[in-house]
Each structure stands twice: as structure tokens, then as C-alpha cells.
Design a protein around this ligand. Structure first.
Ligand code: PGA
Length: 376
């Protein structure tokens, strides 16, 4: 396969460079042996490391990826530079420093090449997400049943897919219990704009976080439409979410009249500018966007895969205008009558990174089958 050949060719090239460096720097025999020893160690280690990174990459947030890169360099750097102290006891200090420097630089190049390789071969390494928005459905016992069903069937979909379920507040704790030990994450459908206090009927972000939620849906069109949520409120809710280490799933989307008037681009642009543009780069790195055309929610009408791609690519462009290259890492989900029969076609589009699922998330079989839309 093309991928493997490129990987091994890369490994061989590294090996060659290592040996060349050893000769160019004219090391004595012991140093040369050390260099060759480390070259082999680095190539073997690098190949294993590369595979591990490939497997883990889609599961990590952008922030975690950066941390992962720094840690991997730090760990191999310390390992690589400490080892020669014992290994080459009789190397002169100057040569030892040169050897350590060579190792440090080579590890850096090696790791940079691994990451470059990942992006070149799999440019779309964004997290793949299938999130279930249960809305105001299920009693606690039914919710637990549903969650257990999702856990039981999860293995039918690829490991690369991140499943999230967002039950009503009332049974978050019980569903959290049912999800324990599984890879399914928990999310809430909303949170208060304030931290705590005299706000009868509201639920604070800290409360849902304490129950095990990792995500919170914010700005869903039903909240904007029926509960008058504005960008001003959503800015405060976003702040609360981040303050409590919750990843917001921020929803945008136009209604039918706006779509028919050709205003859909403008509508989502404003929804993003008024809220997402206020985030810091660090907050933006921990964000999921869901594009949900209001006319497709619960109506059985789905945007075509082309319509979804067109607006997802536009959303990414709007994000890039503010956040630059980081926009390429932000997962953008499609929502609105997404079901097993149309998921694969929509998810196949370059800028669609999964779905926010309403009706079809209420059946474990359908929910997981939608996840299979990414391929097994
Ligand atoms: P739907 O809802 O899948 O039932 O259309 C999606 C949503 O509103 O999140």
C-alpha cells in the first residue's frame, strides 16, 4: 500500500541521514557505533510511535494533540540525550555533547516528519463525532435502557468515531452510570448563563460537569426559537461551559425563509461572528460546531450532501478568517433528519465531520448505524 511504502522509505531516509551525520562529524568508532545504534533505535521507535499517533490522532482534541507533540518530543529528547551518558562513558565531553545534540535534532526532525506524514496522507484527521441529542424524550429508566443499548452496540462502529449522548438533565447521573467503562461520552443539552445563585429552574455548567458531562449543546435552534436565546446569552453560556471544562457543541443554521431568500451564508456567518469570534485561541481549540438547517430538523427533509458540504466549507472559511489554520481542526457536524440511510453520503464530504442526531438517536441501532456511516 502507498502509505506503508512511504513510511518505510521515510524511515530508511532517516537512517541514511543519521549515518551520514556520523561520518560528516567524523566521530570516533565508539561514537559511530552509538550513532548507528541510536539510528536503529530511532527508526524502530519512530515507526511504532508513528502508528500509535495515527491511531490516537482522531480521538484527540487539537489542544491534546499539541500537548501530545510536545510530550513526545520531551520524552524522546530526555531519553535520547540521557542514554549516551551511560552508553559512551569514554567519549570526550565535546563529542558527547555533539552526539547528544545530533540525537536531539534528529528526534525533532523525526517527530516533525511523522506529523507531516500524517497530514499529507490523511489531511482530514479531525475528530469524527456522532452526538445524540435526545431533546425532551425518555423517562429515566428508558434513558438508561437506551444508553445501555448504545454501549452494547458501540463495537459495531469504527473505534475512530467518538459517540456522545445528550440526555435530559433529569437522568444525566443515571446515564453516566450506564456509560461507565465505555467510550461513549456524556453531554447536556443546555446550561445556565450564570455560575450559580438565585436563578430558579436553571442548571449550572458546574452541575452538569459534576455529573460527568464532557460536552454541552449550546445555541440549538429550538433554544434560539422557543426560548429566545440570543448571541448575548450564548456568549455567557460559552464562558460558563469553558470555565467548567465542558466542550461546547455550538449550533448554527438558517430557517426555511432565510434559505429560500439565499441568506443562509449570511445567517451562519453572523451566528459565528457574534459568539465564536469572542473565543480565545485556546477555547476555539476545544469546540465542536453543528450546522443544523432549521428546515431539516425533525422534518424528514435533509440537506443534500452537496448542500451540507457547501455550507460546512463556508463555515470553515469564516472560522479561518479569525482563527487561521486552527479552523482546519474544528469538527463541524451536520444535523437535521440525519439517519442510517443518508449518513454515509453526508459524512463522506470533506468538511463534514459527523452528525448531531435528534430522532434517530432515540434508537440504539439507528444511532450506531449512523456511526457506521464513516465505514467500519
Ligand atoms: P433531527 O434533530 O435529527 O431529529 O432532525 C437534529 C437536532 O435537532 O439536533
Amino acid at each position: 500500500m502507498k502509505k506503508r511504502t512511504t513510511g518505510s522509505a521515510l524511515a530508511l531516509r532517516i537512517c541514511f541521514v543519521m549515518v551520514l551525520v556520523a561520518f560528516l562529524l567524523n566521530f570516533n568508532d565508539l561514537a559511530l557505533k552509538s550513532i548507528v545504534f541510536y539510528a536503529v533505535l530511532l527508526v524502530a521507535g519512530g515507526l511504532i510511535w508513528g502508528r500509535l499517533v495515527m491511531a490516537l490522532w482522531p480521538k484527540l482534541t487539537q489542544k491534546a494533540r499539541a500537548r501530545f507533540g510536545v510530550i513526545s518530543y520531551g520524552a524522546s529528547f530526555s531519553g535520547g540525550t540521557l542514554l549516551p551518558i551511560r552508553f559512551g562513558e569514554d567519549i570526550a565531553t565535546g563529542e558527547r555533547i555533539a552526539l547528544q545534540l545530533t540525537i536531539a535534532i534528529t528526534i525533532g526532525i523525526w517527530i516533525a516528519l511523522i506529523y507531516r506524514f500524517i497530514y499529507k496522507n490523511k489531511p482530514n484527521m479531525r475528530k469524527k463525532i456522532v452526538a445524540g441529542n435526545w431533546k425532551m424524550n425518555t423517562l429515566p429508566a428508558e434513558g438508561v435502557e437506551l444508553a445501555k443499548g448504545v454501549v452494547a452496540k458501540r463495537a459495531l462502529a469504527s473505534n475512530e468515531v467518538n459517540f456522545i449522548v445528550c440526555p435530559p438533565f433529569t437522568h444525566l447521573a443515571q446515564v453516566a452510570e450506564a456509560l461507565k467503562g465505555s467510550s461513549i461520552a456524556l453531554g447536556a443539552q443546555n446550561c445556565a448563563a450564570e455560575a450559580k445563585g438565585a436563578y430558579t429552574g436553571e442548571v449550572a455548567a458546574s452541575m452538569i460537569a459534576a455529573l460527568g458531562c464532557k460536552y454541552v449543546i449550546l445555541g440549538h435552534s429550538e433554544r434560539r426559537q422557543y426560548y429566545g436565546e440570543t448571541s448575548a446569552t450564548l456568549n455567557r453560556k460559552m464562558e460558563q461551559a469553558y470555565a467548567n471544562k465542558l466542550t461546547p457543541i455550538y449550533c448554527v443554521g438558517e430557517n426555511l425563509a432565510e434559505r429560500e431568500a439565499g441568506k443562509h451564508f449570511e445567517v451562519v456567518k453572523v451566528q459565528i461572528e457574534e459568539v465564536i469570534y469572542n473565543l480565545t485561541a485556546e477555547q476555539f481549540a476545544d469546540l465542536v460546531i453543528a450546522y443544523e438547517p432549521v428546515w431539516a430538523i425533525g422534518t424528514g427533509k435533509t440537506a443534500t450532501a452537496e448542500q451540507a458540504q457547501e455550507i460546512h466549507a463556508y463555515i470553515r472559511k469564516v472560522l479561518a478568517a479569525k482563527f487561521g489554520a486552527a479552523a482546519a481542526e474544528c469538527p463541524i457536524l451536520y444535523g437535521g433528519s440525519c439517519k442510517p440511510s443518508n449518513a454515509a453520503e453526508i459524512f463522506a464530504k470533506e468538511d463534514v465531520d459527523g452528525g448531531l442526531i435528534g430522532g434517530a438517536a432515540l434508537k440504539a441501532d439507528d444511532f450506531i448505524a449512523i456511526g457506521q456511516g464513516f465505514g467500519a
